[in-house]
Design a binder for this molecule. Structure first.
Ligand code: SF4
Length: 694
């Protein structure tokens, strides 16, 4: 604990790191946080926390914070501190100039899943109403956009189906492409408790994650597939269900669309989908896959939890639909202890998507082309809205290089460090004429910016976050914004400077507007949140206290729809030149690009990105543990230290991406999911060689 004296008051708020959304009591002395105590009444954490939420909050006071707005004419000029009015007016005049010269669609905005619901809502409103286009996207593009697409197509709602607590009723837990111990530690503890009580465990992951073999826990099956073959594996599981009569026929008949089920069943039964036929592709022994599928299908309650190892692939959306197929076919959906549960990475990735931060969807996942929805927003916002979807983040980069996208408002997101193929991103940003970055720190993206607007930390603003179980929780301001404005006030000021008036006095008024315009939020208000503590949406007249379990009597879309999951091998091929597949992930003590955790003054955070490599591959290349290695892909090259480990299989290497100097995304390519453009971070063909110290 970072002791700063005795507290004189406390405020309950929500952790700003991962999608578990733990509640904390911030114990305060005046305007200073003394310590963060996990709050016993927090429904997502029930008094538990991990090291990040408990100890890694002092970045809010870090010396690197930029507290004055800054502008510069060119990225080669030095920054010049200016007043808020000057910076905002400069940004507005540049955006107006660009639109006059290149057209209305030449600017856009990117929002972060680290921001509150209210801030995300305001940025998409700014883009749609003040910029006059739909060029808004969220960093969920690069993580869980396939979840939004796949679950909406199959089940009818772009969200997980359960509460975290539901895992306590599970008999079988299947974890696919997720590492809860490092990524979602408090939920992992709850899951491990259930496993220690006797629930069975299936892990599907190319790497031996902690859950496979940790204290008192052994996975019954670890399907250690080759990276990039998820869809082959899920189709093989479907084959086993269909050919071994493991379908819950009564559930499917009552709840699912019969035509799509018939087609899926015929597809799954094809001999080419047999586990034996796909054994070479996936690397998973057929018998092991058959046994794991039987276990999933025949337990009383089977629950699936998945992460970015599912979504960040060229067939990410197909895999999400394949997972939903499995749950529907076996009747494992619509009650406690089962379901399809995406483990969302960032604190508010669910909320950012809910708030209409995608270029094709208004808040509540309603398509911009829908006339009724659009006219509802047009009436409320007093302006006409575009009916055509805007640009996704990668399309913005492409358009910039083609000369048709010249201005960007980027709130709370470091696209240079977090998006794939860094060189491509950098070239696109260099081509733009005005980039406005709003952040706590001069991040990698700010190197290309013309206007810097200081951001506010989660301790400095009011709002709400929505966690991975659709739980909306209050974020409460514990200290005044250090730079003088909370993020929602900055967006509002920019909108006013552009000539589209916004006049909210408090984020609660923004939430009232969200509730009035979003059918799944009509029962949500700050007063109700005070009363209930937190609310899982949908919350409306039919569910006034919220909805812990979705799809109980029927799916949101009516009948659950099956989708055919034909496996298409990734374009990212291994060759003699690039023989090793790189896949990426996180560690417990760091968070994403490390902007916050790297600025935490504690030895726990003194780590570095390393390249895990199997002993056989290391020996072949003369690589020693802790030695330097060069990694080269078709996109670029970087240098890291090696960690020799049997956690990775031969032919696969693994690293994290928390430190800008290690440049993991310099080597990831711009391959992406066919439906959503989510980057294929999990599969990059590389060569690794021993090098001398850089
Ligand atoms: Fe914060 Fe996630 Fe840790 Fe909870 S588990 S304290 S939400 S980082």
């Amino acid at each position: 604990i970072i002791a700063k004296g005795q507290p004189d008051h406390s405020v309950v708020t929500t952790c700003a790191y991962c999608g578990v959304g733990c509640a904390f009591k911030a114990e305060m002395k005046g305007n200073e946080v003394v310590r963060m105590i996990p709050w016993k009444d927090g429904k997502a954490n029930e008094g538990h926390s991990c090291i990040k939420g408990r100890f890694a909050w002092d970045y809010a006071n870090h010396k690197d914070r930029i507290l004055k707005p800054m502008i510069r004419q060119s990225i080669n000029d030095p920054w010049q501190e200016v007043s808020w009015d000057e910076a905002i007016n400069y940004a507005a005049s540049e955006f107006k100039r660009i639109q006059k010269k290149y057209g209305r669609n030449a600017i856009g905005g990117i929002v972060s899943s680290r921001c509150t619901n209210e801030e995300d809502y305001l940025v998409q409103k700014l883009v749609r109403a003040a910029f006059g286009n739909n060029n808004v996207d969220t960093c969920a593009r690069v993580c869980h956009s396939p979840t939004g697409y796949g679950l909406k197509q199959t089940l009818g709602e772009s969200a997980g189906t359960q509460t975290f607590k539901s895992v306590e009723q599970a008999d079988v837990i299947m974890v696919i492409g997720a590492n809860p111990t490092d990524g979602h530690p408090v939920f992992a503890s709850r899951m491990k408790r259930r496993l220690r009580e006797g629930a069975r465990l299936i892990v599907i992951d190319p790497r031996t994650i902690d859950l496979v073999n940790s204290a008192h826990i052994r996975a019954d099956y670890h399907l250690k597939l080759k990276p990039g073959t998820n869809v082959a594996l899920i189709s093989a599981m479907a084959h086993v269900l269909v050919t071994e009569n493991l379908i819950d026929e009564a559930f499917v008949e009552a709840r699912c669309d019969s035509a799509s089920f018939r087609d899926w069943k015929a597809f799954a039964a094809l001999p080419e989908n047999a586990p034996e036929a796909l054994e070479e592709a996936t690397g998973v022994p057929a018998q092991q896959l058959r046994e794991a599928t039987r276990l999933y299908a025949t337990a009383g309650n089977s629950a699936i939890y998945y992460g970015l190892g599912v979504t960040e692939h060229a067939q990410g959306s197909t895999m999400v639909m394949g997972i939903a197929n499995l749950a529907m076919a076996t009747g494992n959906i619509g009650r406690e202890g089962v379901g399809v549960n995406p483990l969302r990475g960032q604190n508010n990735v669910q909320g950012s998507c809910d708030m209409g931060s995608f270029p094709h969807e208004l808040p509540g996942y309603r398509h911009v082309s829908d006339v009724t929805t659009r006219s509802q927003f047009e009436a409320a916002w007093g302006t006409r809205l575009q009916a055509e979807p805007g640009l996704r983040i990668p399309n913005m980069f492409d358009a910039a290089l083609e000369g048709s996208f010249m201005g960007l408002y980027c709130q709370g997101e470091d696209i240079v460090q977090s998006d794939p193929d860094t060189q491509h991103v950098a070239r696109a940003l260099e081509a733009m004429e005005c980039i406005v970055v709003q952040d706590l720190f001069l991040n990698e993206t700010a190197k290309y910016a013309h206007v810097f607007l200081p951001g506010s930390s989660f301790l400095e603003r009011d709002g709400t976050f929505t966690n991975a179980e659709r739980r909306i929780s209050r974020v409460r301001k514990v200290m005044p914004p250090k730079a003088g404005k909370a993020d929602w006030e900055t967006t509002m000021a920019l909108s006013n400077a552009l000539g589209y008036p916004m006049n909210y006095r408090h984020p609660s008024e923004i939430m009232d507007e969200i509730a009035a315009l979003t059918p799944t939020f009509t029962g949500v208000s700050y007063a109700r949140l005070e009363e209930l503590g937190s609310i899982q949406w949908p919350c409306n007249d039919s569910a006034p206290e919220g909805t812990p379990v979705m799809h109980v009597d029927q799916f949101v879309r009516g009948k659950g729809r099956f989708f055919i999951t034909r496996y298409v091998p990734t374009d990212e091929k291994v060759t003699r030149r690039f023989p090793l597949i790189l896949t990426t992930g996180r560690i417990l003590s760091q968070y994403n690009v490390g902007a916050q955790t790297r600025r935490t003054d504690n030895v726990l955070w003194h780590s570095e990105d390393r390249l895990e490599i199997h002993p056989h591959d290391a020996e072949e290349r003369g690589i020693v543990d802790g030695g330097w290695v060069g990694i080269e892909s078709r996109a670029g090259q970087t240098v890291l230290r090696a960690r020799i480990s049997e956690r990775v299989q031969p032919g696969v290497v693994y690293t994290t991406f928390h430190f800008p100097e290690s440049g993991a995304n310099v080597i990831t390519t711009d391959n992406s999911d066919w439906a959503t453009n989510c980057p294929e971070y999990k599969v990059t063909a590389t060569q690794v060689t021993a090098v001398s110290q850089p």
